[in-house]
Design a protein around this ligand. Structure first.
Ligand SMILES: Nc1ncnc2c1ncn2[C@@H]1O[C@H](COP(=O)(O)OP(=O)(O)OP(=O)(O)O)[C@@H](O)[C@H]1O
Length: 251
């Protein structure tokens, strides 16, 4: 399968082996394996409750893992905490991520840079605004004055200001207009061309497939299938994605 994976020869940025997650006694992720290479855009699909968000949270050490090994940029980071991972460049833009509405757009972006630099990084703020020029025009606006779509773009820009080596996007569409998700994923794709790796969870399968290189399907807490987007589209897995309810009705 790896023969067809276009980024197979690029360095592995994230390597997850045997990931197990439990809430109390209820195990919801049962030994998931997944990998993301440098410059690769990977989408993790699966129906509601399959365990996608739990996996992302556990990878980023935002919740406790029950088991498994996580390697990031070639290092064993299984025991690293979320702050250390963020400093290394594992940046999460989580579902429902809220920007700080009492701060300006510019100050929100500056906050994003603190993971890398405790004094803030003005250049990273400016470069995030170059990537999203629509935010540059609003730099002094309070985030509370932004539309839902603009706030979501700001949340992603905040992640980009943190200089990710791996950008984790958990359902950035979040019920927003298709143009917003298209804009966000277009920017994410541009970042991959500069070597950033992207791991996306998204219900809008068609939209995700426009940008992704490689796909994992999560079924009942396990990786039930994987492949390049082309092979998934033309193979049996696409049936399971749609029949399993991993795809949104909104497409
Ligand atoms: N904080 C929590 N406490 C207890 N159970 C949880 C918690 N968060 C998630 N779960 C359960 O874990 C399972 C996996 O949920 P998870 O949110 O990871 O799935 P998902 O694939 O991301 O789904 P969705 O697309 O709906 O977000 C579900 O059964 C869910 O009810």
């Amino acid at each position: 399968m790896d023969d067809q994976r276009p980024h197979a020869s690029s360095p592995i940025v994230l390597d997850v082996t045997g990931l197990t997650v439990a809430y109390g006694k209820a195990e919801v992720v049962h030994g998931a394996n997944l990998r993301v290479h440098e410059g690769e855009f990977v989408v993790l699909l699966g129906r509601n409750g399959a365990g996608k968000s739990s996996s992302l949270h556990a990878i980023g050490a935002l919740i406790q893992r029950k088991g498994g090994e996580i390697r990031f940029l070639g290092q064993d980071v299984t025991k690293s905490n979320a702050r250390a991972l963020a400093r290394m460049g594992l940046v999460n833009v989580l579902e429902g991520h809220r920007v700080f509405t009492t701060l300006s757009v510019e100050d929100n972006l500056m906050l994003g840079t603190y993971a890398q630099n405790p004094h803030g990084d003005k250049a990273a703020v400016e470069s995030a605004m170059e990537i999203f020029p629509e935010l540059a025009d609003l730099r002094h606006q309070l985030a509370s004055r932004l539309s839902g779509g603009q706030q979501q773009i700001l949340a992603v820009a905040q992640g980009i200001a943190a200089k990710p080596k791996l950008l984790v996007l958990d359902e950035p569409s979040g019920g927003l207009a298709p143009l917003v998700i298209d804009r966000i994923l277009t920017v994410a794709k541009t970042l991959t061309r500069q070597g950033t790796a992207v791991l996306l969870v998204e219900q809008l399968v068609k939209e995700a497939f426009k940008f992704a290189d490689y796909c994992y399907l999560m079924e009942n807490g396990k990786i039930g299938g994987e492949g390049t987007v082309e092979s998934v589209r033309s193979g049996d897995l696409i049936q399971r994605i749609y029949l399993g309810g991993a795809a949104s009705e909104q497409e």
